[in-house]
Each structure stands twice: as structure tokens, then as C-alpha cells.
Ligand binder design. Structure first.
Ligand code: SF4
Length: 708
């Protein structure tokens, strides 16, 4: 791919919001004003940007909310004071040493983010696993992608997205499951829209309890009840088998487990599946016919499948449809999990989760642990998995965890059962918050605040949902004394007396990460910043000697990464394990995003244009459910269950299923009012394999709110 040379004052970057990973040109004029435009040379977005990306410059230019200096306090009841970096990091290192000496390395933890750059992830993972000697690092990616990761590993032998975005233009049929890409992955959806326009015979199926914007393009909408995805996927699987749409040769030569799967899906009739999903039987038959007749078939999914107590099985049940039809490893065909965050994939490359080691190595493999320890030259790596996101807050609650270092994430809005998480954080002996914004509620609990550089103020790399790595150039300096996250972590590591953190540039960190991937399945040993800048973006693997732009498609030879080289078709029951509705809480709450906001709004919340679309949280409720409770449009309603309450306006809408209500997840606590926070109502229940919380399903009741 050829790239035009940029004029002085223009820099290439990548959008720091969603996992689509759009290329951006950032322009800085002589007065320091920043503007952004879509990068026409970037293969992902070809110059397009969505409303969030288009307004990114406002988030950079407005520094009114930024943290400018380190601050600390010695006691919770004391006010924090501005200190120098040395004072803050000396204090952090002394406190960490003291806690580790007294309670052991597992008494401290880092909670990071899918928005960190790969280099930042790499150094913090190296610090805790390789030198502190604990695996207590997890990120908010646990709330986002971990079920998809676990399912890929179980089915294909490796956390590997097989295809790429070009498949959208090549496919005959797209099944979008539990996702609303028209709002949450908008540029990708524009490619779907364009593909449909160019090829009207392209069929699109959407399954979602809500009629979303994505349904406008769909040939078929399956408005399923929350938690019934496995039933639906199994029923489609049954019909594909019964109607002879499976690929026998592929099943025989390249898969294991088909017979058991066949027996499992035959146990439930299509009529019974339709009743459980609460959709017409004919819709399931139509979906199976569309998939069965297509020569190329791809699936796109996100949180509707991932954020579930049975998230891994939901993912596997969808991947199974590819394995029984042989639609994988071919142009236009394959399972494709859409990443929520811009660099969740990069975080996994460096092993930045509680159960991983660098380059997708695993903790329970002694050879992997030895390789990494020898490479880093630190302490022996622990084989005991670290605490995952929700486990960290449980461990704070019961006192096992004493110190938590939160970087680049806002857990008191994004974690399930947020009030409980807040109470747990209040119990910590030491809270360190590394942040760009002065807004997040976590800062209230921080003993040490470390101001971090934002998107354009640092250099590094990110990997998008299609394994595409792009380099982000630094454009401007951070305000005040804010520092890039990697530099903060390295300075701290040196204060702790650890060697191996003397990097002069992010490029050196990246080179070390690339070397550590040598010989693994995600080998990028052929990569460095120069090559990335030349090629603009590449797709991993990219081993030494790679000439082209990497590997656009995996499993083209149908050899998978399992011991037998065959993909595994998994069988399991189709039930959901969420806390079920009861007579006192008969409605199912599902949470999600709106078009113009991102996560917990620390960036998008600053842009007034983005507030115009939906300025405040609303409860979507079906008119029949509303009428039964005496609720009229725009009434203030209280949504409640055993975990807490939320109080917002009601929006009566037939686009939500009867019996289901929807709340956006973006809003948090404003001053002392936490009644906008959807996660007051969600449960800490997690999938037993992926440890991803059940954020899409909570039994609630709704009533009109009347002031006492
Ligand atoms: Fe950014 Fe995602 Fe929008 Fe692209 S689609 S501009 S990556 S938010």
C-alpha cells in the first residue's frame, strides 16, 4: 500500500476509541491548534471517521480537566498536596516495598486498560510478573473481550481472529450477533452498508433484543430474549445439519467433536428453541436457510455474547456454525469478534492479563515461564493466575489485596455492582491512580495521583480487531508535568530498584516486545518502528524477513493451533446461568452504548457536540411494560434490584422487547449522585472460564419515581 508523504505539522495516528482502528492524520498549526482528518491511505477507514473520531481534536485541545501535577497524601483524611515526580514515586515505591514485605507480592495489583498503548502494557506486565513476582495485573479488557479470547483458544487452539475487514466486501452473508456496529463500530458498518449497496444479494442477519440502527440494514432481525443466544445458535446448527448444509469433508478432516455436537443440538426442537428465544420458528428457519445457502459466511459479534455468565459458550456456539459449514480460513468467511477497545488486542500480545504471559504464552507451561524469566532476567514467574478485574475488587473487600494501581480506566463506572466496587476501593491500604482527567470518581480514593499524557502526547503502537498494528506519532507535549504512561511505570520500576527498565524511547520497548515474540504464533520479530512507519500498518504474524504487510488471513491451510491441528467443535447445554427474574424483579435489564459516547465519557463527555445526540441517560421500556406500571413517556422512573437503584427518564419504545429494559452504561457519579450509573444494578457473576462479568443481564423492577 502506497502512502502519501505528509506536510510538516501533520502526523499519522490511530483513533483512540474503538477497536475498528481508523487511521487519522493529526494536524498541528503554528499556534498549536490541533485538527484531525481521516487518513485516506489507511486500509481500515480509507479517509472516513465517525462522529467520535471526527471530534477527537476537542478532547486534545481542551485541557481544562487535565491532571497537571503529581499529588499525594499520607492519610485518607488528609488533603492531597502537589509534589514532585520524585516525591510521588519514592513514596509509591516505599509503600509497595513495605506492603510486599509484610503481605507478599500477591497483596499488590495493577488494573490497567485496553486503551493503553502496547509499550505501556508491556512494561507494566514485565514489572509485576517479572520483577514483583505476582500475576496480579488485569485490565478492563476483561469486561470486554475475554470470553471471545477463551472461545478462540478452545475452538482454534489460539486467541486468533482468523480473517480481516476485507471479508466484508467478499462475503455473501453476515450474521451480526449481540452487537450494534452501526453505533459502536460505525466505520466498519459503513463498509457493510457499502458492500450491501454494491451487492444487494449480500444477506445480513442481526440478533439482538432491541431493534437497533444496525437492524435497518438487516434482511432478518431475530429479536431474541437476552441470554438465549446459545439456544438460537444450536437451533441454526441443527437446521444446517438436517438440511445438508454442512461440509462433511471439512468436518472429517479438520474438526473434532461433531458427533457429540449433532447429538446435543438434536435434543431441542426448533419449536422449543423458538419459544425460549421468543421469536417465530420461521425466523430461525429463515436464518438457517440464508446461512446454509451462502457460499461465504461471516459472523460479527461483541458484548451481547461476551458480557455473559455463559459468554464462552455463547462464543463457541457461534464459532461452531463456522466449523460445521467449513466457513473459516477462506476469503469472505470466518468468525470475527469485534474488539470494543482500541488496543485490547495489543494488551493480549504482551500478555497483559492475569492469566497470560507475553506473546500468548501461558502461565501453566513451565517452559513458557522459563523463557520469559530468562529473557527478562528478573525473579521466577509465578504459575498462580493473578486476580482478574472483579476478583481484584473482591480481594480489596476481604483484605487479601492491600494496594491497587489503577491506570487509564474508570472502574467505578464500568465494573458490575459499582457501589460494591466503590466500597471495596475505600478499604484499600493504598490506591494509586494514573490518569489524564481530574473527573473519574476513583481519584477521590487515591493516595497518590500520577498525571498521564493523553493520545497525541506520546508515541507508541496499537493493534485493532483484525490483528493490524499501527504506529501513533507524538504530536504535542502533555500539559503541566504529565508523563507518558510507559515512562511513569519505568521510573517507578527503577525506584523499586529493578533493572531492565532503562529505555530511552518507546521504540526500544517495542523492539524488546517484538524479540520476545520470536518463534511464537504471533511472531512479530520482523517489526520495528521504522518498518511500521514505512508500511503504515501490518497484520500479525510478521516474522523476521516478512516482505509484505503481514498476514491478512489465518488458517488458510485449515490446520489449527490445537495439538491435533483440528478445530474443536464443543458441546454444552444451552441454558443461561444469570440471576433469573423473580416476581419482585420481573424485567431483564440489558446495558450498552449509545452512538456518540465512549465508555465512561472521560473523553467524549468533554465534547459538547457529542452530547446533542442523547444528552442524558434514558431507560428504554416497552409501552406495555410501562402502561402496566403507570409509567408515561418522560416520567422519571426508578429502576431497582437488590444491588441498587438508578433514576432516569423513561423512553417508551416498541424497539425494545417486552419484558426487557435498556440503560446506557456511560454515565457515572456526578458529585454525590450515582443514580445515573447503570452498573448500580448489574451483578458480579462471571463466566467460569473467561471471568467476564454478566453485564448484559440483571433482573430489575421499574416504578414511577415520586418525590417523598
Ligand atoms: Fe474511531 Fe471507531 Fe469511529 Fe473509527 S469507528 S473513528 S476507530 S470510534
Amino acid at each position: 500500500h502506497q502512502h502519501s508523504k505528509l506536510p510538516a505539522g501533520s502526523y499519522r495516528s490511530t483513533c483512540c476509541y474503538c477497536g475498528v482502528g481508523c487511521g487519522i492524520i493529526v494536524n498541528r498549526d503554528r499556534q498549536g491548534n490541533i485538527s484531525v482528518e481521516g487518513d485516506k491511505d489507511h486500509p481500515v477507514n480509507r479517509g472516513m471517521l465517525c462522529s467520535k473520531g471526527m471530534n477527537l481534536h476537542y478532547t486534545v485541545m481542551d485541557t481544562s480537566d487535565r491532571l497537571l501535577y503529581p499529588e499525594m497524601r499520607y492519610h485518607r483524611h488528609m488533603p492531597r498536596q502537589r509534589v514532585s515526580w520524585d516525591q510521588a514515586l519514592d513514596r509509591a515505591a516505599a509503600a509497595f516495598r513495605q506492603i510486599i514485605e509484610k503481605y507478599g507480592p500477591e497483596s499488590v495489583a495493577f488494573y490497567a486498560s485496553g486503551q493503553c498503548l502496547t509499550e505501556e502494557y508491556y512494561v507494566v506486565n514485565k514489572l509485576i510478573k517479572g520483577f514483583i513476582g505476582s500475576n496480579n495485573i488485569d485490565t478492563n479488557s476483561r469486561l470486554c473481550m475475554s470470553s471471545a479470547v477463551a472461545a478462540y483458544k478452545l475452538a482454534l487452539g489460539e486467541d486468533s481472529v482468523p480473517g480481516n475487514y476485507d471479508d466484508i466486501e467478499l462475503t455473501d452473508c453476515i450474521f451480526v450477533a449481540g452487537a450494534n456496529p452501526a453505533w459502536c463500530h460505525p466505520i466498519l458498518w459503513r463498509r457493510v452498508e457499502a458492500a450491501k449497496k454494491a451487492n444487494p444479494s449480500l444477506k445480513i442477519i442481526v440478533s439482538d433484543p432491541r431493534v437497533t440502527q444496525s437492524c435497518a440494514l438487516a434482511d432478518l432481525h431475530l429479536q431474541v430474549m437476552p441470554g438465549t443466544d446459545i439456544v438460537l445458535h444450536h437451533a441454526i446448527g441443527r437446521l444446517l445439519i438436517e438440511q445438508g448444509h454442512t461440509d462433511h469433508t471439512f468436518i472429517q478432516q479438520h474438526t473434532e467433536g461433531f458427533e457429540r455436537y449433532r447429538e446435543t443440538v438434536m435434543q431441542r426442537s426448533i419449536a422449543s428453541a423458538a419459544a425460549i428465544c421468543d421469536i417465530p420458528e420461521s425466523s430461525i428457519r429463515e436464518a438457517a436457510a440464508l446461512i446454509g445457502k451462502s457460499r461465504r459466511f461471516m459472523t460479527l459479534w461483541t458484548m451481547g455474547l461476551n458480557q455473559s455468565v455463559v459468554g464462552v459458550n455463547k462464543n463457541l456456539s457461534l464459532i461452531n456454525l463456522h466449523l460445521i459449514t467449513g466457513h473459516i480460513g477462506k476469503p469472505g468467511s470466518g468468525p470475527f469478534s469485534l474488539t470494543g477497545q482500541p488496543n485490547a488486542m495489543g494488551g493480549r500480545e504482551v500478555g497483559g492479563l492475569a492469566n497470560l504471559l507475553p506473546a500468548h504464552r501461558v502461565l501453566d507451561n513451565p517452559a513458557h515461564r522459563k523463557e520469559v524469566q530468562e529473557f527478562w532476567g528478573g525473579v521466577p514467574l509465578s504459575e498462580k493466575p493473578g486476580l482478574t478485574a472483579t476478583e481484584m475488587f473482591e480481594a480489596l473487600e476481604d483484605g487479601r489485596l492491600k494496594a491497587i494501581w489503577i491506570m487509564c480506566t474508570n472502574p467505578l463506572v464500568s465494573l458490575p455492582d459499582a457501589r460494591k466496587a466503590e466500597a471495596a476501593l475505600a478499604k484499600a491500604k493504598l490506591v494509586i491512580v494514573q490518569e489524564i482527567s481530574s473527573k473519574p470518581e476513583t481519584l477521590r480514593y487515591a493516595d497518590i495521583i500520577l498525571p498521564a499524557a493523553a493520545w497525541t502526547e506520546k508515541e507508541g503502537t496499537m493493534t485493532n480487531a483484525e490483528r493490524r498494528i499501527t504506529h501513533l506519532q507524538k504530536v504535542n507535549d502533555a500539559p503541566g508535568e504529565a508523563l507518558p504512561d510507559a515512562e511513569i511505570i519505568c521510573r517507578f520500576a527503577k525506584k523499586m530498584g529493578f533493572h531492565g527498565f532503562d529505555y530511552n524511547t518507546p521504540a526500544e520497548i517495542y523492539e524488546e516486545h517484538c524479540r520476545l515474540t520470536t518463534g511464537t504464533r504471533i511472531d512479530i520479530s520482523g517489526l520495528d518502528y521504522n518498518i511500521l512507519q514505512q508500511k503504515r500498518s501490518v497484520q500479525w504474524p510478521f516474522p523476521e524477513g516478512t516482505e509484505n504487510a503481514g498476514t491478512p488471513r489465518l488458517f488458510t491451510d485449515h490446520r489449527f493451533y490445537t495439538p491435533s491441528a483440528k478445530a474443536i467443535i464443543h458441546s454444552f447445554e444451552d441454558g443461561n446461568k444469570s440471576v433469573p427474574p423473580d416476581p419482585l424483579h420481573p424485567l431483564i435489564l440489558t446495558t450498552g452504548r449509545i452512538r456518540d459516547q465512549w465508555h465512561t465519557m472521560s473523553k467524549t463527555g468533554k465534547v459538547s457536540k457529542l452530547k446533542q445526540h442523547i444528552p442524558a441517560p434514558l431507560l428504554e421500556i416497552h409501552p406495555l411494560d410501562a402502561a402496566a406500571r403507570g409509567i408515561r413517556a418522560d416520567d422519571i422512573v426508578e429502576i431497582f434490584n437488590g444491588n441498587g437503584q438508578v433514576r432516569v427518564k423513561a423512553q417508551l419504545s416498541t424497539s425494545i422487547k417486552k419484558g426487557v429494559v435498556f440503560l446506557p452504561m456511560h454515565w457515572g457519579k456526578i458529585l454525590n449522585n450515582d443514580l445515573n450509573r447503570a452498573n448500580n444494578l448489574t451483578h458480579t457473576l462471571v463466566d467460569k472460564i473467561s471471568k467476564q462479568p454478566d453485564l448484559k443481564f440483571a433482573a430489575v423492577e421499574v416504578q414511577p419515581y415520586r418525590k417523598q
